[in-house]
Design a protein. Structure first.
Length: 395
């Protein structure tokens, strides 16, 4: 059986023209421009961002596009091609957490967060279209927020630095949409570059591009969407965050990022049994990010493989955010010849990445699909992740 494939991405220019046409059909006339922001996969560095730690995400070629036209009457109109015909309309001055429900919380929250931060923003007509799969752990929510953020940045001449836009988008998701995410997704969507992974310091938002050359080594990075999202995800995420904060407090540290690896043993001995594995994951994961970035910078892309698999074991055994489907995808991919694999994203479902020799990609995909069928799981959806550029104007 062949696996389902996510819709691929077509080049920006036709995409942007299509967005502009859809905008015209909906609102009449032309948009002032079209902006796009990508989804992301995190190569390594999971559950580290809210511990002020490090991550190594890359942008996907799949993007969310916003065709936008400024309005000077203070009215915000929102429409998504994914959500039927309905247009959500609200005055920017009336935006407050709780005033907008459903998907429109993400774009409306971004405008609210800009206004809240004191930036002189007004209304706009927005038409939204996307090739980022939703709810697959590829951060369609950040893509949506960041596309709106860069559109508004241009429409209102704000010229804000990217890290500041990322904080705005994160605030939209935390305080307006009610999702307690860290900063990594928004930084990835806004700051990634083509052919590179982004080494991110989640405390300072300092970031640098690390060359991520797959083709030169005959490798591909598969993203295997398990298509499951276990409900316990939301509550568990908040509980894990709280556990990490409690552990840092007990250790007298501002955040777990401040625990050096050579003090890990003594810290683990001092912590309650339920907190020690969380701390072990965060500290060893930060070390894996440093190692992965060093290997990539040295051009040794295959060396990433064992780090991915070690990261998965840590998420499965210490952080305990994997699930039968992600474990099966990782084990099967590695058994079928992947150099390494791990769950990516928050966990309890979502996607797995696998670093695979290009010639083995079909057989790894086939092996995972067959294993899912044997286990009675839904067929996974597989895409090839190509390190792509971050958000910007496309039309
Ligand atoms: P992920 O970010 O991993 O895809 P989330 O649950 O964080 O999953 O975000 C998915 C939500 O974001 C959707 O349920 C929807 O509310 C919103 N969303 C994302 N992309 C779009 C889009 N193109 N149109 C409308 N809503 C979207
Ligand atoms: Mg999300």
């Amino acid at each position: 059986m062949s696996p389902d494939l996510h819709p691929g991405r077509v080049p920006d220019a036709p995409d942007a023209a299509r967005s502009a046409r859809a905008f015209g059909a909906l609102y009449g006339g032309l948009p002032d421009g079209v902006w796009a922001a990508p989804g992301r996969v995190n190569v390594i560095g999971e559950h580290t961002d809210y511990n002020d730690g490090f991550a190594l995400p890359m942008a996907l070629p799949q993007t969310t596009r916003v065709a936008a036209r400024r309005r000077d009457d203070g009215v915000l109109r929102l429409h998504s091609a994914r959500e039927g015909d309905r247009i959500t309309e609200i005055r920017v001055a009336d935006l407050a957490p709780g005033t907008v429900s459903g998907w429109a919380r993400y774009p409306a929250g971004t405008v609210w967060a800009l206004a809240e931060a004191g930036h002189p923003v007004g209304g706009a007509d927005l038409h939204i279209d996307s090739t980022v799969p939703t709810g697959a752990g590829l951060s369609s929510s950040a893509a949506l927020e960041c596309a709106v953020a860069v559109a508004y940045d241009d429409l209102y001449g704000l010229a804000l630095p990217r890290p500041e836009l990322a904080r705005i988008a994160q605030r939209a998701e935390n305080a307006f949409a009610g999702v307690p995410c860290g900063i990594m997704d928004q930084m990835a969507s806004l700051c990634c570059a083509e052919g590179a992974a982004l080494h991110l310091d989640s405390r300072t938002l300092e970031h640098r591009q690390v060359p991520f050359d797959l083709a030169a080594h005959g490798l591909v990075l598969l993203v295997i969407d398990t298509r499951v999202q276990h409900d316990l995800g939301d509550g568990a995420y908040a509980a894990l965050r709280a556990g990490c904060e409690r552990a840092a407090g007990l250790l007298g540290l501002p955040a777990l990022r401040d625990l050096p690896a050579d003090r890990l043993g003594e810290a683990l001995a001092a912590l309650p049994a339920e907190l020690a594995p969380l701390v072990r994951h965060v500290v060893t994961e930060d070390a894996r990010v440093a190692e992965a970035a060093a290997r990539l910078a040295a051009g040794d892309t295959p060396a990433l493989g064992p780090l991915l698999t070690a990261g998965h074991a840590s998420l499965r055994d210490d952080y305990r955010v994997s699930c039968p489907e992600t474990d099966l995808a990782v084990d099967t991919a590695v058994g079928a010849g992947a150099l390494g694999a791990r769950m990516t994203g928050g966990g309890f479902g979502g996607s797995v990445i696998a670093l695979v020799p290009a010639a083995l990609a079909p057989s790894v995909t086939g092996a995972v699909t067959a294993a899912f069928a044997r286990a009675g799981h839904h067929p996974p959806a597989v895409l090839t992740a190509v390190p792509s550029r971050g958000a910007g104007r496309v039309g």
